[in-house]
Design a protein around this ligand. Structure first.
Ligand code: GAL
Length: 691
């Protein structure tokens, strides 16, 4: 099969920058004209122009419309759509329609259909019915991608390519088994090596040859966690191959536009660190749940991940919803105010484009109740008027195009660690990696402190503070980077159950965390679930954290001892009474905090305050971070380039003192140093009007 071909082309990565220099912030949505008679298309384009839409994604689900029968090509309607959009000044992000093959493909070639872990072959009638391992699927997908690119590479409307949609399919079928075995052979070379790494002496699992290995299908009892971890790695790589081979086919036609596909935030089945250098612009689909009290902070984390995946470069919010989605059990709508805040928030965190799913609400199909920019009721609606206002807002924000967000804090996150850390049969199933990352990030968010998400193995000394909320796998390169960073003065805070296992999930032998305990100045000997309810911790009175802290632990803890670290909090009762729960240790020029338990929000907050203050970190307003002094509740403050975004997600007016009098790009007016940001309101402030 095709090798992993060339990486994203740097000259085309610059293509997204050029596009935004030209169009300003991109604004638009998924446009599915094949669902509508031609009479509607003119209306669509007129409304797009009215709303200031300048980029639409066309063709994501149009395979059957382009290839009604095998090998046939029906491009006429697409020619007309692209010409119409171009005549009206609307650029196109043209999609390869390969996420949803027509029913004929599965009918003629059942092996193209995916198989689940129970051996059930999934069928057509929905979407995503393809096996990423299927040679027949891949050759059909490549053919249509190539033909599209040959026809439209030089079409003046086409300014970006969008390969497939939300890659994330799982497949446990026979072709997946074949590809998985090939992947394992390339990784391990010999079956003896694989047996060693997988620990197959346990439960008599030794394989005689690669041919005996299967994807982790339904088994009588727990699957070998190393097998499962490798299958996840293989799945991510196999999907990436589906993307890169289409990308390369497009590029081979001479197309020069940036090429991308849409990510899905912290999506569990794809390691985006291994994907991100393969796309010319990072693009993401974001559907925060309006019912979640943490929605604003949690999506900010996703947006910081997207910026970080692209090495700080502007990214694109490819899909979001204007109102309600239709795929949750109970679909609370976004208010138009929340939709506006969401858009501005993405721009604040580095997006140079925001688009919605979808332009016109479908009259049929599974998404008939999913909101859209033009609802069933038409343009004479609150929703569409909100869309017009968004277009106007985004035009005013052109000065931020191309600028990045500078972060002095990094948060370590890697997919294999997430995968290995959540395999079944651990001390507790209640310690969830992403939940911990989100909790820690919220502490930064409510202080207005910017953060990058950092890939394992990256240099860390560029940050004043590095947070490691829960990194079950810490490889030697990451451990070395942590040591170097701390030696250079970085403050590091490490959460429980980190550095437990090697890259294959094998538990490291010795006092834990084996590769880090010198850095931490403390070490552990046992991991343990805690009884229901909070376990009391005693905070050291000499630790100056501003105010008394409600210090408890729950769910999970480690039996720690200090090997020189200060003990900031210790267990007050239970089986661990007298053992440290939180430690702090000076190491060369820096300091390291270690949390040997899942601690209460108040204690976590105090630890993070301590580290931020110790490192001299400032918030987006340029103020030093001081213990117990977060921003007003619900206020988000982000600095992008010289623009200060103030977004009030809360329900009370937020009083803010600005570093200087400033100019609000959204209202084109001057504001004094004392401002009140009303609930649901936003300001994008710059000093002076020189840009
Ligand atoms: C995305 C998908 C879109 C649409 C949307 C609905 O996952 O890419 O095609 O289905 O969800 O929220």
């Amino acid at each position: 099969m095709t090798r992993m071909a060339q990486r994203a082309d740097p000259s085309t990565s610059a293509g997204f920058r050029a596009l935004c220099d030209d169009l300003g912030l991109c604004f638009g949505g998924d446009y599915n004209p094949e669902q509508w008679p031609r009479s509607v298309w003119n209306d669509d384009v007129e409304l797009m122009v009215r709303a200031g839409v300048n980029l639409v994604t066309v063709g994501v689900f149009s395979w059957a419309a382009i290839e009604p029968s095998p090998g046939e090509r029906a491009f006429g309607w697409l020619d007309d759509v692209l010409d119409l959009l171009h005549r009206n000044g609307i650029a196109v992000d043209l999609a390869t329609p390969t996420a949803s093959p027509p029913p004929w493909l599965g009918h003629l070639h059942p092996e193209t259909l995916p198989v689940d872990a129970d051996g059930v072959r999934l069928v057509a009638g929905s979407r995503n019915q393809f096996s990423p391992a299927s040679a027949v699927y891949r050759s059909h997908a490549l053919a249509i991608a190539r033909d599209l690119a040959e026809r439209y590479a030089d079409h003046p409307a086409v300014r970006m390519w969008h390969v497939g949609n939300e890659y994330g399919q799982l497949d446990h079928g026979d072709e997946a088994a074949r590809e998985f075995r090939g992947w394992l052979k390339r990784r391990y070379g010999t079956i003896e090596r694989l047996n060693d790494v997988w620990g197959t002496t346990v439960w008599s699992q030794a394989y005689r040859s690669f041919d005996e290995i299967l994807p982790p299908r339904r088994t009588p009892y727990l699957v070998n966690p190393a097998q499962s971890l490798d299958f996840r790695r293989y799945t991510s790589d196999q999907l990436l191959l589906c993307y890169t081979e289409q990308r390369d086919a497009i590029r081979a036609t001479g197309a020069r536009q940036p090429i991308t596909t849409n990510f899905m935030g912290f999506f569990p089945h794809v390691d985006y660190w291994s994907w991100s250098d393969e796309v010319d612009v990072v693009a993401d689909d974001e559907y925060p749940d309006p019912a979640s009290e943490h929605a604003a902070a949690d999506i900010a984390l996703v947006q910081d991940l997207m910026r970080s995946l692209g090495h700080g470069r502007p990214w694109m919010l490819m899909e979001q919803t204007i109102g309600a989605v239709s795929w949750r059990e109970h679909n609370l709508p976004k208010t138009s105010g929340a939709a506006r805040l969401g858009v501005l928030q993405a721009v604040a965190h580095g997006a140079d484009g925001v688009a919605f799913f979808q332009w016109r609400q479908s009259h049929s199909g599974a998404e008939r109740f999913h909101s859209a920019m033009v609802p069933h009721a038409g343009a004479d609606t609150e929703v569409f008027r909100g869309v017009e206002r968004l277009g106007a807002d985004l035009r005013r924000l052109k000065p931020v195009v191309g600028h990045s967000v500078e972060a002095s804090v990094g948060i370590l996150f890697g997919w294999p660690s997430w995968w290995a850390g959540e395999e079944p049969a651990r001390p507790t199933g209640r310690l969830r990696t992403l939940e911990q990352v989100q909790r820690w990030y919220r502490e930064l968010w409510r202080r207005g402190v910017a953060a990058d998400v950092v890939r394992p193995g990256a240099e860390l000394d560029v940050y004043r503070v590095v947070l490691v909320p829960h990194s079950y796998l810490i490889e030697p390169d990451t451990a070395a980077a942590l040591h170097r960073a701390v030696a250079a003065g970085t403050r590091v805070v490490i959460g429980p159950f980190s550095g437990v296992a090697d890259r294959n999930g094998r538990i490291l032998q010795g006092r834990s965390p084996v590769l880090l305990h010198e850095l931490i100045g403390a070490s552990g000997e046992e991991w343990t679930a805690l009884p229901e309810g909070p376990t009391l911790l005693q905070v050291d009175e000499a630790w100056d954290v501003g105010a008394p802290v409600a210090a408890t632990a729950s769910v999970f803890a480690e039996r720690l001892r200090s090997d020189g670290a200060e003990v900031l909090a210790m267990f007050g009762d239970g089986a661990l009474a007298g053992h440290p729960a939180v430690t702090r240790h000076r190491f060369a020029g820096g300091r390291v905090w270690y949390l040997g338990a899942i601690v209460s929000d108040a204690l976590l907050s105090a630890v993070i305050d301590d580290a931020l203050q110790d490192a001299g970190v400032e918030n987006a307003l340029g103020e030093a971070v001081l213990p117990g002094r977060p921003l007003p509740v619900g206020l988000e403050a982000v600095r992008r380039g010289s623009a200060l975004f103030l977004l009030n997600h809360g329900s009370e007016a937020a009083q803010v003192t600005l570093p200087a009098t400033m100019h609000d790009l959204l209202t084109n007016s001057e504001v004094g140093r004392a401002v009140a940001v009303q609930p649901g309101a936003a300001m994008v402030l710059i000093e002076g009007l020189t840009q």
